[in-house]
Ligand binder design. Sequence first.
Ligand code: CTP
Length: 407
Amino acid sequence: MTNCQAKHIVIGISGGIAAYKTLTLIRLFKKAGCEVKVVATRNALEFVTPLTIETLSQNKLCSDLFETGFEHSVQHIAMSEWADCLVIAPATANLIGKMAHGIADDALTTLFLAFKKPIFVAPAMNHDMYRNPGVQENIEILKRRYKDLHFIETRTGALACGTEGDGRMEEPENIFNLVCSSFHQGGDLENVNILVSAGPTYEAIDPVRFIGNHSSGQMGIAIADEMADNGANVCLVCGPTHLTCHNSNVSRINVSSAIEMRKHCVENAQNANIIIMAAAVADYRPAVVASQKIKKSDENLNIELTKNPDILLELGRNKKENQFVVGFALESENEIENAKVKLHNKNLDFIVLNSVNNPKAGFNKPTNQVTIIDKDGIVLQGKAKSKEDVAKDIVNLIIKRYNNMFK
Ligand code: CTP
């Protein structure tokens, strides 16, 4: 079994003679048990035919942005959600230029702009074109701008135009191996069960109103995805949010209130090896939920609140011998000290600290900046990054520590 099995791969083909080798690449992914969909530029189809591509990939080819007949009408968006990665081979000088400058004038370039998961780019062109300063500058832009873009350097050798030099596309077998090995970068989590909570909780006041908070769930969802990308069995207990997981292996339970979240967390903690409580659980809920919509009558309305269960406290105190428990802390003052108190009181292995005062961190921001603390002190003082990148840092640290302790 390869790391690639059951992965969803989108292969992008642009118009170069190396496109014939991409047919081998499609076959390699299919043989490894992947689902493959192909997006080709119009020029690519001068070199390889739709019939060959569709026969090998066993899926409908996408080459026209306005073509109908697909399951989803906005094909490039649906595909970017469906895929685990995008492999562009060959990438011509023209395509690289368009990608570097945000030009989207066909199915492949539009998909590229919308794509948020790992992208592999294998260029192929004549040696002089490849060395052209404009092309080199575009390659530098791509490498600098897209952290999740893996540039597969060209080979030196005989080129189709009859000359020798660099510019030859990497061999399909090597591209295939590179893509496969990327699926297990953070560590091997096969057979490891992970419980992640994410999002806010909504505490009902009456049938139409609730007490909630601004958590979007993005951080917890990114952690769940990252864990699943590393091969773990992930159960995500998620409060109300419109955000979705990119990894279809995450098994998600949607909840609304803290009481519901507690029920599913406690149930799923039984078999969990690692527990990560990233949800912003409401500390209080209305003591009584009105059965009818509350009418406006008096000048003041008092709602009595009662304390919600502290889910993490319960999970930490009942922690099993081989369990690793991670909590989050959102603090506005004495941040490190307060986080350490929570780490101790809730019997945690790690606490991930967010500061309310940091403009690059917190609810509804695309970035986050965290400090991770264990019982001996600070383990990581992170930089401000996208929440996906912060999730990678958190997950890599957890995996390392978990493997050291229990494997
Ligand atoms: N948490 C929980 N259940 C609650 C409240 C919080 O499981 N009822 C978890 C959160 O998911 C987080 C951690 O506890 O992982 C810390 O949450 P935070 O809101 O920072 O702290 P609290 O423990 O609620 O304490 P306080 O609000 O007084 O700072």
